[in-house]
Design a binder for this molecule. Structure first.
Ligand code: SF4
Ligand code: SF4
Length: 92
């Protein structure tokens, strides 16, 4: 089973005890708000994909296909950048 590390288990003061370990951290556990993507409104402009700081906008067959909630921290940048209001931020 893949190791999943959560912020609750980390040392105080943001110490990084090992290099190259980011994939082990499912940073989605930090999230307060989550983006909901509406496929019907989306025009596939890729702004959400390009601006997401966590590479959490999923692509399938060269098209935006959803959000990877394992790593999405809920920053809302994708929703802010979307010209079609196809991403809505909701609590959760
Ligand atoms: S809320 Fe932030 S981290 Fe999550 S998909 Fe949008 S831009 Fe990426
Ligand atoms: S920014 Fe909005 S319209 Fe553009 S690909 Fe993302 S969800 Fe679709």
């Amino acid at each position: 089973m893949k190791e999943c590390r959560r912020w609750e288990n980390e040392p105080i003061a943001g110490i990084v005890p090992e290099a190259g370990n980011s994939v082990k951290y499912e940073t989605g556990s930090w999230r307060t708000y989550k983006p909901i993507w509406d496929e019907k409104k989306c025009n596939q402009c890729f702004r959400c994909y390009l601006f997401c700081p966590d590479m959490s906008v999923l692509l399938k067959n060269g098209k935006v296909s959803g959000i990877d909630y394992r790593y999405c921290k809920g920053c809302g940048i994708c929703a802010n950048e979307c010209p079609k209001q196809a991403i809505k931020m909701v609590l959760g």
